[in-house]
Design a protein. Sequence first.
Length: 100
Amino acid sequence: MGDEQMLDKAKIRHVAALAGLQLTDEEEERLTSEMNQILQYFRKLSELDTEEIPATFQVMPVSNVFREDEPCASLTLEETLSNAPHRQGEYFQMPRILES
């Protein structure tokens, strides 16, 4: 893989803008270098012959541990709403997110 696939400061700035980040010149320089090193590691990994390695979803075995579902008393309405920053009667009051 050639230099055309290396990240430059413009690409780092673009990704930072998409993420809503403001980077200093020093941070752009450092991130450009670090991200290119990470990409270089991936290029190195892609050179490995993995034909004989079976596909896997997990590296370690995973098992779910479930507890018995036992009914118990729930919180009262007052307990539920006690830490709400804003409430309207028996409901949580949230800021409006849709405009009409």
